[in-house]
Design a protein around this ligand. Structure first.
Ligand SMILES: Cc1cc2nc3c(=O)[nH]c(=O)nc-3n(C[C@H](O)[C@H](O)[C@H](O)COP(=O)(O)O)c2cc1C
Length: 392
């Protein structure tokens, strides 16, 4: 049995990734900001909700497909934009796009990818791909990224607005995580013990592909962000990006209902409820805790995508029951990628598909399109629903 065939859950893939990657690289993926309370809460908060199944329903045929931005998707999943994917496995961005494409779901390339947007597009010209953009100080560079993404066939622009500066990710600070890697003495042995990963790195040197390289010397991601990204950007600047972009437009990184309304008013086809996987401001609500407020505020004006902490098929069922159209996954597919490259991403998607299919049948629903608020309750309100009220 291969290592991969022994993975039955996303947590199993996380453990595999931990074995394969040097600790400081694993920590870059795994970690969050500050005390990591938001990071933990993103997954844990799903437990505040419970699913209420119905029985006696014919669930012999099931349909997991949904509509995302007007296109069919075989699953309510999108691979989230994640910087440095090609650092975890050679050509990681292309492998992730291929796995998404083969599974029939969208993939979103990060501004901070290792491969360039053109290189990724050329590898799979017929795939559905989104491009994620951060607000850049250099307006010429920002416009050029928009034009390049359009020319390279990216159909959706995902503007991430929750990163004016980078959050304080203490694992990275302690590990001295930089690109290229300059491991501290304590990490040298740990890196040297991963010859397979090092061999991959030698074959696929690190670069910020969309920026034409790394710049000089070793740079922390926070320095890269401070040099290039625009902490002064406001809604007027977001509107300017929207006007210039010729395709569909979505906004990522919203938690407050009023910001969700503004994003929809700007013409966003979808609002992505996200706290950046707990990597920006710590102590903000879990994405799924912020979801009902956003659903209420948007009232059908735009689709809603939930992003953060999704680790189980039942998490996806809960997000859909609360009003999301789909979920984004970040770390889960990176753990798959880091464990076994393309087969690992495919495994991530298979695990989610199997869990979702199993969950749908056991919930007594034939199609994901039929999931509604009827199937979910806030767990503390359950007792009060008993006829006649809770017993004393
Ligand atoms: C290693 C890593 C890199 C990321 N890079 C980006 C990025 O470049 N752009 C972006 O919008 N979000 C980025 N994110 C955030 C993800 O898009 C997504 O919001 C988050 O991973 C969702 O949480 P999850 O990892 O619990 O699924 C990154 C996340 C991780 C883990």
């Amino acid at each position: 049995m291969s290592q991969l065939s022994r993975t039955f859950s996303i947590e199993d893939l996380r453990r595999q990734a931990r074995r394969r990657l040097p600790r400081l690289v694993f920590d870059f993926i795994d970690g969050g900001a500050g005390d990591e309370s938001t990071l933990r809460e993103n997954s844990r908060a799903f437990e505040n909700w419970v699913l209420i199944p119905r029985v006696g329903v014919d669930v012999s045929e099931r349909d997991l497909s949904v509509n995302i931005l007007g296109r069919p998707s075989t699953l309510p999943l999108i691979l989230a934009p994640t910087g440095l994917a090609g650092f975890f496995w050679p050509n990681g961005e292309v492998h992730a796009l291929r796995a998404a494409s083969e599974a029939g779901i969208p993939f979103c390339l990060s501004t901070n990818s290792i491969a360039s947007m053109e290189g990724v597009a050329a590898a799979l010209p017929d795939s559905e791909r989104w491009f994620q953009l951060y607000m850049l100080k250099d307006k010429g560079m920002l416009d050029s990224m928009l034009d390049r993404a359009h020319a390279a066939g990216y159909c959706v622009l995902c503007l991430t607005i929750d990163l004016p500066i980078q959050g304080r990710r203490e694992r990275d600070l302690r590990n001295g995580f930089t690109l290229p890697l300059r491991p501290r003495v304590k990490s040298v042995w740990d890196v040297a013990r991963r010859p397979q990963w090092l061999y991959g790195l030698a074959r696929n040197p690190v670069s910020f592909g969309n920026f034409g390289g790394l710049g000089g010397g070793a740079t922390s991601i926070a320095q890269h962000v401070a040099t290039l990204f625009d902490p002064a950007a406001t809604w007027d600047d977001f509107a300017r990006v929207r006007e210039r972009w010729k395709g569909q437009f979505v906004i990522k990184g919203v938690l407050h209902p009023d910001d969700a309304r503004r994003a929809a008013a700007l013409g966003a086809a979808a609002v992505i409820v996200s706290n950046h996987g707990g990597r920006q401001l710590d102590a903000v609500p879990a994405a799924c805790a912020a979801l009902p407020g956003v659903v209420n505020a948007i009232g059908g004006q735009a689709q809603i995508i939930l992003d953060g902490g999704v680790r189980r098929g039942t998490d996806i069922l809960k997000a859909l029951a609360l009003g999301a159209s789909a979920c984004m996954i970040g770390r889960p597919f990176l753990w798959g990628l880091a464990s076994a490259g393309p087969a690992g991403v495919a495994r991530t998607l298979k695990i989610f598909r199997d869990e979702l299919d199993n969950g749908l049948a056991l919930l007594g629903v034939r199609s994901l399109k039929d999931i509604s608020g009827d199937y979910i309750r806030w767990k503390d309100t359950l007792g009060s629903e008993v006829e006649g009220g809770p017993r004393a």
